[in-house]
Write a protein that binds this ligand. Structure first.
Ligand code: MF3
Ligand code: CO
Ligand code: CO
Length: 236
């Protein structure tokens, strides 16, 4: 999983070079696909329950499961790249929100707080704590910074499958849910809206968007619970 996660991290790093006004999300998808393959992994979103891309690419009000298309990124957009890498039978899952050209300081600040919400959740990861401690920390941080929490989509266990038990909601009560144990591997992924929390699904039956068309931002890491905390697997 560490190898899968490292390829995932490197692919994200590589994409920074290509995100600019005028590029299409399909072009980004192809770069991600080719990078992962050339590094010995497989982009396991491709074909997952029929998903047509190697990456979920969401622009602005799109929350998750955006299908790569001929849509061109525009100056001031935010774009979320969410993709999994499979390597030697093990999965990793990572998401980052990127800026296209010049993004307003107000938007940048909310994206920053979304990433910090992920880290607020990660701080709770250690043996003996519960899933609800992670959930509650993310929710509390999000609300403190004026962000609303999408409830229909959650983080998850991950291993030989992309999605495993347990669910890791981004809202909930401390002291509830499964107890964390060393060796558990989780994908933690706050999806936070700048407006209201409600979402809906587009006609294509995949793409989830905010109901009020407000922006949404998303960060995700795959981690392992260690003896005294956690280690990020989707990193250097
Ligand atoms: N990467 C997504 C997640 O964070 C799932 C992708 S669904 C797929 O759970 F169909 F695109 F693969
Ligand atoms: Co993901
Ligand atoms: Co995930």
């Amino acid at each position: 999983m560490k190898e899968a996660g490292h390829i995932n991290y490197l692919a994200h790093k590589e994409m920074e070079r290509f995100i600019r006004p005028g590029v299409t999300t399909k072009e980004l998808d192809k770069k991600i696909h080719d990078f992962i393959i050339s590094h010995g992994g497989f982009p396991s979103c491709l074909g997952y329950e029929g998903f047509p891309g190697s990456a979920c690419i969401c622009v602005n009000e799109e929350v998750v499961h955006g299908i790569p298309s001929n849509r061109k990124l525009q100056n001031g957009d935010i774009v979320k790249l969410d993709f999994t890498v499979r390597k030697a039978g093990y999965e990793s899952d990572m998401t980052r929100t990127y800026f296209v050209g010049n993004v307003s300081p107000e938007i940048q600040e909310k994206v920053y707080h979304t990433e910090q919400a992920l880290y607020a959740g990660l701080k709770m990861v250690k043996p003996g704590n519960r899933i609800g401690d992670i959930s509650h920390a993310i929710e509390t941080y999000a609300h403190k910074h004026g962000l609303s929490v999408v409830e229909e989509l959650v983080g998850h266990g991950i291993g030989t499958n992309m999605h495993e038990r347990p669910d890791v909601p981004n809202y909930g009560e401390s002291g509830t849910g499964p107890v964390l144990k060393p060796g558990m591997t989780l994908a933690i992924e706050p999806m936070l809206n700048f407006g209201r929390k409600e979402v809906e699904i587009l006609e294509n039956d995949w793409t989830v968007v905010t109901k009020d068309k407000s922006l949404s931002s998303h960060f995700e890491h795959t981690i392992v619970v260690t003896e005294d905390g956690y280690e990020i697997l989707t990193g250097e």
